[in-house]
Design a binder for this molecule. Structure first.
Ligand SMILES: [Zn+2]
Length: 242
């Protein structure tokens, strides 16, 4: 059978039952970005894949690439199964939202190491009980979403007015312009508090594990800012962050 062997690390974003005993996997891989693969016989009781072809598993994969769009999984070993993430309701929801956002926003079959590393770091944080206690879930989820917009090429402009370049009096956010706007350009924008603006700047500058805190109004504005930016520029609608 013609074809080549592909070795890569990947995260399972979605795992779908297929046919009698197979699984189709939506993967985000370190070396090739988005991949689709089929794991034949994965649902047989004695499958060599065991239970590791489930969402959130970080795997070392050997895949066969033939003529089909789907690669065939030859072998899969676990790099990390994030077992504590799986036993916590809020962490499971947050992980599912993250995978869903990747499915919608990052569909290119090309390597994007910052995107891959971001997803691995977020799943590791959700798997870490100490990190869960330190950082509020919504702040971390929104910091993840801002960094996701950045690695997907849709980071909002935060330094100066998107419309005229003014660096002061940045009082609004325009999703269609993709960034902050000043008082005289605010017609098509919504109000952005200093706290919301500060959160976005700090969340992008700091590691995901140090997501800054902010009040509920600011967080709602941040979610709206990222959401409207991605709607206008990536043509993608994300589900609620938390
Ligand atoms: Zn302006």
């Amino acid at each position: 059978m013609p074809g080549t062997t592909v070795k890569t690390e990947a995260i399972v974003l979605r795992s779908i039952r297929y046919g009698e005993a197979d699984r189709i996997l939506h993967l985000y891989s370190r070396d090739r970005g988005r991949l689709g693969a089929i794991a034949k016989g994965a649902r047989k009781p004695k499958s060599r894949f065991g239970g590791r072809l489930e969402p959130f598993f970080r795997l070392d994969l050997v895949l066969h690439e033939g003529r089909s769009d789907l690669l065939t999984v030859t072998s899969a070993t676990t790099v990390d199964g994030y077992p504590r993430l799986r036993s916590s309701g809020p962490a499971l929801t947050a992980g599912a939202r993250a995978c869903d956002a990747f499915l919608r926003l990052l569909d290119a079959a090309e390597p994007n190491p910052p995107a891959y590393n971001l997803l691995c770091r977020y799943l590791a944080l959700l798997d870490d009980p100490a990190a869960q206690e330190r950082a509020p879930g919504l702040e971390t989820a929104l910091a993840f979403r801002l960094k996701l917009a950045l690695v997907a090429g849709f980071a909002p402009e935060l330094a100066s007015c998107t419309n005229c370049g003014e660096a002061e009096h940045l009082v609004g956010f325009s999703g269609s312009a993709g960034g902050v706007v000043c008082a005289s350009c605010e017609a098509s924008s919504f109000e952005l508090t200093e706290a919301a603006h500060g959160f976005m700047v700090a969340a992008l500058a700091k590691p995901l594990s140090e997501a800054p805190e902010a009040d509920p109004l600011a967080l709602r504005q941040v979610e709206r800012a990222v959401g409207e930016t991605l709607e206008h520029h990536a043509h993608v609608q994300l589900r609620a962050a938390a």
